[in-house]
Design a protein. Structure first.
Length: 80
């Protein structure tokens, strides 16, 4: 497989998704609450330019398991 930016981006997205899914599945386990607790990050740029206006909201919920999935994905990409 060829290494390029798009492959790295795909690995990162899959790693974040896998970490988030594992975090979601383990939410009911009380002993792992520190791994599944999420922190919400919001970014909401908006502008009104009289001719055109826009409003965009991006929300990211990240947990320790999501970060672990991200690190694992980058490690796998580098090993490839």
């Amino acid at each position: 497989m060829k290494k390029n930016f798009w492959t790295l981006l795909l690995f990162i997205l899959i790693g974040l998704l896998a970490g988030t899914l594992v975090s979601y599945w383990l939410q009911s386990v009380p002993g792992l609450a520190f791994l599944t607790r999420t922190k919400e990050i919001n970014w909401s740029p908006a502008a009104d330019l009289l001719v055109a206006s826009y409003d965009l909201t991006i929300r990211i919920d990240i947990s320790l398991l999501s970060i672990a999935g991200l690190v694992l994905a980058i490690w796998l990409y580098r090993r490839m």
